[in-house]
Design a protein around this ligand. Structure first.
Ligand code: KIV
Length: 272
């Protein structure tokens, strides 16, 4: 049972829009497996993102590009099984929605049917707007994602802050409006100047969830393994570590090794 929120009703896209109207911040965190999602949901998370960052933090890839449709479905299915309250959003992986709207909606339906997740997230603005519309027309809620969109990392060539220049900032603003006009229920803004994110947040009626986009956004999202301090060597300015699980786990595992080797484990009470 959640101990941080009183309202135990299942979170819906409609509720998130209400939260923005009421000035209530939205908490979103990634999860990729049953056990973690159960903890995240019980803690009272509003939105769980089955991010294609699974490619990096679960599979050890350098980018998110290798993630496949079936792999995302595997992760999303496990997360949905664990989740009672949070809205579960699944990333559409690279290559499953960029070719054309028909292929996009076919793949979107496959993820929804196979995993029973609540919504999908797609990276991009006007260039994918026909696909976004078609997916929405199929009755599937869509969350947009602008700014540093990791599936385009090879085009950007760098993980630096996006939309610092006027032209890119103006495109981001019109992309955000296009996604809202198409019917998206929320958008993620990743690694852009806080002032730009504040402007988009003020202009849109749908919630804006930031990651490295400042405090004015309607909500925040982080990667669960990063904020729990499990991953090492990834320390962007926006990342706040809420625990040092890397040290805790290393010590616990080291103690287990010592106990096995010294014949301390199992003891008489730990056997049949
Ligand atoms: O895949 C992911 O984890 C994401 C978040 C960083 C927003 O898209």
């Amino acid at each position: 049972m959640g101990y941080l929120v009183e309202d135990q009703r299942k979170v819906t896209t409609h509720r998130l829009i209400q939260m923005k109207q009421e000035g209530k911040k939205i908490a979103m965190l990634t999860s990729y497996d049953y056990t973690t999602a159960q903890i995240v949901d019980n803690a009272g998370m509003d939105v769980i993102l089955v991010g294609d960052s699974a490619s990096n933090v679960m599979a050890g890839n350098v980018t998110t590009l290798p993630m496949t449709l079936d792999q995302m479905i595997y992760h999303a299915t496990a997360v949905v099984r664990a989740t009672k309250r949070a809205l579960v959003v699944c990333d559409m992986p690279f290559g499953t929605y960029q070719v054309n709207p028909t292929e996009g909606v076919t793949n979107a339906i496959k993820i929804m049917q196979s995993s029973s997740c609540d919504a999908l997230k797609l990276e991009g603005g006007v260039e994918i707007i026909d696909t976004v519309r078609k997916i929405l027309d199929a009755g599937i809620p869509v969350m947009g994602h602008l700014g540093l969109t990791p599936q385009s990392i090879n085009k950007f060539g760098t993980y630096t802050v996006r939309a610092k220049e006027e032209a890119e900032a103006n495109k981001l603003i019109s992309d955000a409006h296009a996604l809202e006009d198409a019917g998206c229920f929320a958008i993620v803004l990743e690694k852009i100047p806080a002032s730009l994110a504040a402007r988009v947040t003020a202009e849109l009626k749908i919630p804006v969830i930031g990651i490295g986009a400042g405090g004015a956004c309607d909500g925040q999202v982080l990667v669960v393994t990063d904020m729990l301090g499990m991953s090492q060597g990834f320390s962007p300015k926006f990342l706040r570590r809420y625990a040092d699980l890397h040290s805790i786990m290393t010590e616990a595992i080291g103690n287990y090794i010592t106990d096995v080797k010294s014949c301390d484990f199992p003891n008489e009470n730990e056997q049949y």
